[in-house]
Design a binder for this molecule. Structure first.
Ligand code: FAD
Length: 463
């Protein structure tokens, strides 16, 4: 099909944070754009991920504050949870999110089609009907992975998908996987009163992040009564009368864990099958679509972003990639000007929260150059003491030679918002000297970043 004969300049498959943001940017750039979504606008993020899970976690944090408020002179007797209502509110938030995205499509004159899309010559098909497009952007996301024997039944064995709408709090839960989703659900369930065990194969929680973060989180979880089994591998499951018996194995041998529910949180698999990829010449590797720095696939005029391409699997990464892709298509961005993964922050919203951007200490050291590390504990900070949130620290990793900030790693209350300053510092290629020269308001939790930079320079004041 000639470009002029195409129905649209761009058809986007998938209306998650990758697809919908890309579509809006494309419309801003004057591309005639359509979005095809098989489920609801907002994708996993809006409907089954970021937003509904953060609604639940916000309620858990509120409940945790109320439970301990008596120690601060706030007497609220008989505080209980109506878990079905907590879930219902989170679903309402997700519904609002989906409607918001649909409104944005209308506002930006983007055609929205509900249906299952698939690549076809010169465009796509939607439930078999052909739509011509000059460019196609694949943004179909991912789905939950499971393990053999842990097939989801929605009652005893669930993934985050079922857990987000199940109105019953399990009395006890084994969570297989100590990554972001696993630790968020561990905090959620334990705060509302469930007995929780997290089983993680690696030697720390949050594998892949700076190890100090996972270690500190494990200590905080222990204080919250959450059992964490590190270096333990899931071996098998026996389902009984409304109960699960999970076998795990660590260096001391096998162990069985009884629980009302098993939550599988072992990562996500890209939704790349049934998209007509191989017929269209789109190369994949381990099911992820292979892209270059501009998010171009191996097929001409076909781009791909988000969870479908990995490995970041974060909503804001998907959105940022979507912008890169459509700006490249529209000729507004030179080929190769992509997204630097070292500048993409990663946040986890249990309590204490966890946030990081850039290189971890071990990664920075492995690169060979000399590094400096500054760590500042929240317990030494006035605002943390005043608010009663003294768990955690901020850690700054910088290059010894040029003083550039290589990475910032935080654990504590509110750090998922504090990380934005560190992200900006990385974007501007700031130094610890710049952080120190920035006057931070007192008392704020943000002062901990400046204090950690001072420590990295050997000039610590409050520690
Ligand atoms: P998705 O959001 O998965 O959207 C893809 C869309 O494509 C879906 O709506 C799907 O229905 C649609 N689709 C699939 N196939 C087709 C087809 N053939 N035709 C038409 N439509 C199709 N990330 C964060 O950054 N912060 C968080 O706090 C966070 N929390 C999370 C919590 C949980 C429990 C989970 C599971 C994930 C969380 N994530 C979080 C990850 C985040 O949700 C994903 O990284 C993000 O949604 C990926 O965006 P995407 O646009 O690539 O894909």
């Amino acid at each position: 099909m000639s470009p002029a004969a195409a129905d649209y300049d761009l058809v986007v498959l998938g209306a998650g944070p990758g697809g919908y943001v890309a579509a809006i940017r494309a419309a801003h750039l004057g591309l005639r754009t359509a979005v095809v979504e098989r489920d609801r606008p907002g994708g996993v993020c809006g409907n089954w991920g970021c937003i509904p899970s953060k609604a639940l976690l916000a309620d858990a944090a509120l409940f945790a504050e109320l439970k301990t408020a008596a120690g601060r002179g706030i007497l609220a007797d008989n505080v209980r949870v109506d878990y079905a209502r907590v879930i219902a509110r989170s679903r309402e938030v997700a519904d609002r999110q989906a409607k918001g995205v649909e409104f944005l499509f209308k506002k930006n004159a983007i055609a929205y089609r509900q249906g299952v899309g698939r690549l076809a010559r010169g465009g796509v098909t939607v439930d078999g009907e052909r739509i011509g497009a000059r460019f196609v952007l694949l943004a179909t996301g991912s789905r939950e992975r499971t393990l053999p024997g842990l097939e989801v039944d929605g009652q005893i064995v669930v993934t985050s998908r079922e857990a987000l709408e199940r109105p019953v709090l399990p009395a006890s839960a084994v969570i297989v996987g100590g990554g972001a989703v696993g630790v968020e659900f561990a905090y959620l369930y334990a705060t509302f009163g469930a007995k929780v065990t997290v089983v993680e194969m690696a030697e720390t929680l949050l594998p892949g992040m700076d190890v100090d973060l996972g270690r500190e989180l494990a200590r905080a979880f222990a204080r919250q009564g959450i059992e964490v089994l590190l270096g333990h591998r899931y071996e098998g499951l026996a389902r009984g009368e409304g109960r699960a018996r999970v076998t795990v194995a660590g260096k001391d041998g096998p162990r069985t864990l009884d629980a009302a529910q098993v939550l599988v949180a072992v990562g996500r698999a890209p939704l790349s099958e049934d998209l007509g990829l191989s017929e269209a010449g789109v190369r994949t590797e381990k099911d992820f679509v292979v892209v270059d720095a501009s998010l171009r696939t191996s097929a001409e005029r076909v781009y791909a972003i988000g969870d479908l391409v990995g490995p970041l699997l974060l909503a804001h990464a998907a959105s940022a990639q979507g912008i890169v892709a459509v700006e490249t298509m529209a000729g507004k961005r030179a080929a190769g000007q992509g997204l630097d993964p070292a500048r993409v922050p990663m946040c986890i919203y249990c309590m204490p929260e966890v946030a990081a951007v850039g290189l971890g200490e071990a990664e920075a050291r492995a690169r060979g150059g000399e590094v400096r590390v500054g760590k500042f504990p929240f317990r030494a900070l006035g605002k943390a003491m005043a608010t009663g949130h003294t768990d955690g620290f901020v850690k700054v990793v910088s290059g010894a030679r040029h003083d550039e900030i290589l990475g910032v790693h935080m654990i504590g209350a509110g750090v998922t918002d504090l990380i934005a300053e560190a992200g900006l510092a990385c974007t501007l290629e700031a130094t610890t000297e710049d952080l120190v020269a920035t006057v931070h308001a007192h008392p704020t939790m943000a002062e901990a970043l400046r204090e950690a930079a001072l420590v990295a320079r050997g000039e610590g004041i409050n520690v």
